[in-house]
Design a protein around this ligand. Structure first.
Ligand code: PLP
Length: 396
């Protein structure tokens, strides 16, 4: 026999993947220009030129057995030092290479971190709406997810709900700002309050409560909005970073975990991260892409395209009578479903060839996620379909 639990995960793909697959089939059937796929967060803007230039340079100049060989399990020392130097320059911190563990993207960063922290009976607080794979990674690590819904009006943290859900078995809480699926950036006020709350809980329970900052969208913010760098607000912060979205490299699988000394004075947590990486088979992140990182730190793909997409859609949705906020970051809009059942709304949207993701799996029913990391001309072509969808509900 084999694992029923793993079978269930494999046999039932995520809702997002299911819609994406439906889209592929539909495009094959009626032509790709006739389907408006807003389902998957696959960056549509190409990687900045420095990415390909550096890959070519590395291929031309580096010793192939080094470029394509194993690095040390935690990642190349020089690459990790370059990341530390960059963060220190940017945020006024004092990290060293020894606090970084290179990974195959944020999914690996999170899976390793959860596994490294997990002891029997531990709980992991997830703030809804959240990236649905957190549930999978948490359960695989043996942690029980505890869902706390954010405030409906602005999707900032609901501290009464958080307090009610928090008990001494909570080992960590995950924050994701800018957020998938809502695009919301946690305000500095929320961050400060959260950190004070966690300090209080640590004192009350007599053990550390970790703040895991999942930040693949850190650089994707618009209009000069600032994303607070959480290690500066709370000692027991662990950062799970990925270059998937900022550099448009999701298929190349590169990211890191930052375990700051402030969270790990003895170095034991870092060792647990190494152990979890080993146990999960995540040692030695892709070497070519590790060596690419130093030249790309602080660079992004052209995010002004996302900003224009966001503005275009928000304006059109508002004119159509939909209820939607204008978020500050990432490339997602969280639109309120005109009927209670968001899945039914998505089914109706399909009649107009619009592929949207219902919010139930994000732990926050009643909404749909719209990924706007798509070609601007697809948005232009999709607007009449959204108008018809709105008209079918009598919104305009
Ligand atoms: N965390 C969030 C919030 C995401 O949206 C994603 C991907 O969409 C991930 C983690 C996983 O990122 P990666 O592709 O780097 O594994």
């Amino acid at each position: 026999m084999f694992s029923r639990e793993m079978y269930a995960l494999g046999a039932q793909p995520s809702v997002i993947r299911e819609i994406f697959e439906y889209g592929r089939q539909r495009k094959a059937a009626i032509g790709k220009d006739n389907v408006f796929d807003f389902s998957l967060g696959n960056p549509s803007v190409p990687a900045p030129p420095v990415v390909n230039e550096t890959i070519k340079r590395l291929c031309d100049t580096m010793e192939p057995t080094v470029l394509h060989g194993y690095t040390s399990a935690v990642g190349d020392q020089g690459v990790r030092q370059a990341i530390a130097d960059y963060l220190n320059r940017t945020h006024g911190t004092a990290f060293s290479a020894a606090e970084f563990y290179m990974t195959a993207g944020a999914a690996a960063s999170l899976s390793i971190t959860f596994k490294a922290l997990s002891e029997p009976g531990d709980k992991l607080v997830l703030l809804a709406p959240f990236f649905p794979e957190y549930n999978v990674f948490a359960r695989a690590a043996g942690m029980e997810p505890v869902v706390v819904k954010c405030r409906e009006d602005d999707l900032q943290i609901d501290f009464d709900a958080l307090d009610a859900a928090f008990d001494r078995n909570v080992k960590a809480i995950v924050v994701n700002s800018p957020n998938n699926p809502s695009g919301v950036v946690l305000s500095e006020e929320t961050v400060t309050r959260l950190c004070a709350f966690l300090q209080e809980k640590q004192a009350q329970f007599g053990h550390p409560v970790f703040l895991i900052s999942d930040e693949p969208y850190r650089e994707l913010v618009y209009g000069g909005v600032r994303v607070p760098f959480l290690t500066k607000y709370y000692d027991n912060t662990i950062v799970c970073y990925s270059f998937s979205k900022s550099l448009s490299l999701p298929g190349d699988r590169i990211g890191y975990i930052l375990v700051p000394r402030s969270a790990d004075p003895t170095g034991e947590l870092y060792k647990a991260v190494c152990g979890a990486g080993r146990a999960l088979g995540y040692v030695c992140a892709p070497s070519l892409f590790q060596f690419l990182v130093p030249a790309c730190l602080g660079k992004t793909s052209d995010i002004s395209i996302y900003q224009r997409n966001r503005d275009l859609l928000v304006q059109a949705f508002t004119e159509d009578g939909f209820s939607v906020a204008k978020p500050d970051g990432a490339f997602y809009l969280f639109l309120r479903s005109p009927e209670t059942d968001a899945a039914a709304f998505c089914e109706r949207a399909k009649q107009y060839e619009l592929l949207l993701v219902p919010s139930d799996s994000f732990g926050f029913p009643g909404y749909v996620r719209i990924c706007y990391c798509v070609a601007p001309e697809m948005i232009e072509r999709a607007l009449p379909a959204f108008r018809k969808l709105a008209q079918s509900y009598g919104l305009c």
